[in-house]
Design a protein around this ligand. Structure first.
Ligand code: SF4
Length: 99
């Protein structure tokens, strides 16, 4: 094997390795931006048994009085109790019907 193809091959291997290292970060960032999770409220969510998908079809965050729409994240809303984003289809122990 002469020098030029070896360099090209090494270059391609390095480019491929760099791409493999970058892709998970980009995907992870995109998921975090799309998710309705706020890491600062994790303990509160756990104590109120928050679920991103309600086990009760007629009691979802979207129908809760503490929920308001958040235009910045289409599938999310904002919850007064959680002080942050929640999934419109979610549920927790503090659910109260909108009046
Ligand atoms: S109080 Fe609970 S059920 Fe109501 S919007 Fe917040 S997380 Fe959802």
């Amino acid at each position: 094997m002469d020098e030029l193809p070896r360099r090209v091959l090494l270059q391609r291997v390095l480019q491929f390795a760099a791409a493999l290292a970058i892709v998970p970060r980009v995907v992870g960032t995109a998921r975090a931006a799309d998710s309705c999770v706020d890491p600062t409220s994790e303990s509160l969510r756990a104590s109120l048994h928050y679920a991103s998908v309600s086990p009760k079809a007629d009691e979802t965050c979207g129908g809760c009085g503490f929920f308001s729409r958040d235009g910045s994240k289409p599938a999310c809303g904002s919850c007064q109790i959680m002080s942050g984003p929640v999934d419109e289809k979610g549920h927790c122990d503090s659910w109260a019907a909108k009046s």
